[in-house]
Design a protein around this ligand. Structure first.
Ligand code: MN
Length: 337
């Protein structure tokens, strides 16, 4: 495992050696500005292209957030975005979505690159700032009509700054469809308020979601259930999935709010379908269960994420990368119009 905190420790040593704090802070600010500038300019170029092409009101735009250090177990999701991109364009399959959208048409899917998370951390940027940079990056994409963010994680901690940005940018809450083995709604996990196990507590506290539907749940503690009740979360557990299935495959969301946000943790799937995740949790959804829920969902999907794919746990032939990529492809088809 690489040591993600190496750069930060180095900078702390410099602080101790009486390097003026201003020097580091001003330097960080320049790096942050430059990082945001690259995302802003890429998004602007892609959107200008789409507006020139015409005939498109919404296009999915990939934004990678390679962040893994807010995981409570393994940090491998930090390496996921390039593996997912590679699999999206893998020559073993074609570029059509199941319902016939062409993914190589920029009116369906574009890419604005990654937020340089590890490079920013290497400059000593802390998590408060990092989460704001993720939110800012999402807003830069949304500013460029008709782009809509389709975020590649990263661990699940990134959904908090992403949903916050979507809600703030649209000026109100969204309905969130959250597919996961876990509710990720601890008040804090091991003292970390930004933990990947706490992102939905932050989202609900912030008032960024009107409804939160959690589907695929099969690893939930007493606190997870209590927090669910406290925030009025609709938790659909796998043990009752056969009963809930007709309703979940016929959802209509986002009416009366700013739209629908879809967050897919790859571990919502049974490990038989997706072994490359940090938290192997048997008894999950099949890939077709997930696609049925997504394909049949009625609502304006304003943004989405696919998180928690861990390439360091994948099979040698990258099976889970293909699974994560297909989730991204089908979500892009769902978002675009
Ligand atoms: Mn999970």
């Amino acid at each position: 495992m690489p040591n993600f905190t190496r750069g930060i420790h180095y900078l702390k040593k410099l602080h101790a050696a009486n390097v003026p704090p201003d020097l580091i802070e001003n330097g960080q600010k320049r790096v942050i500005d430059a990082s945001l500038t690259l995302i802003r300019e890429r998004a602007k170029l892609k959107a200008e292209l789409l507006r020139a092409l015409g005939g498109v009101t919404a296009s999915a735009s990939l934004l990678g957030v390679p962040l893994g250090h807010n995981s409570s177990f393994l940090q491998g999701p930090a390496f996921a975005p390039p593996r997912i991109r590679e699999a999206i364009w893998c020559g073993s399959t074609n570029s059509s979505s199941e319902e016939g959208k062409e993914l190589n048409d920029p009116r369906v899917l574009t890419d604005v690159g990654d937020v340089p998370i590890q490079e920013l951390r290497d400059c000593g940027v802390d998590d408060d700032k990092l989460m704001n940079i993720v939110s800012e990056s999402v807003k830069l994409v949304m500013e460029q009509d008709p782009l809509r963010p389709l975020v590649l994680g990263g661990d699940h901690s990134i959904s908090f700054p992403v949903v916050r940005a979507v809600s703030e940018k649209l000026g109100g809450p969204v309905d969130v469809l959250h597919l996961d083995a876990h509710p990720d709604i601890y008040d804090a996990f091991e003292g970390n308020i930004y933990s990947h196990a706490s992102s939905f507590a932050r989202i609900m506290e912030g008032g960024y979601a009107r409804r939160l539907l959690q589907v695929g749940i099969r690893s939930i503690t007493k606190e997870g259930r209590e927090q669910g009740k406290r925030f009025g979360v609709e938790q659909y557990e796998m043990r009752t999935f056969s009963r809930d299935r007709p309703m979940l495959e016929n959802l209509s969301l986002g009416e009366g709010v700013k739209g629908v946000y879809v967050s897919v943790d790859v571990d919502c799937l049974d490990p038989a379908f997706a072994p490359g995740v940090s938290h192997i949790e048997p008894g999950g959804l099949s890939f077709r269960d997930v696609l049925n829920i997504l394909h049949n969902l009625r609502g304006d999907v304003v943004a989405a994420d696919v998180v928690e794919f861990n390439p360091q746990r994948d099979t040698v032939d990258g099976m889970t990368a293909m699974v994560a990529a297909k989730l991204v492809r089908e979500l892009a088809a769902k978002i675009s119009k």
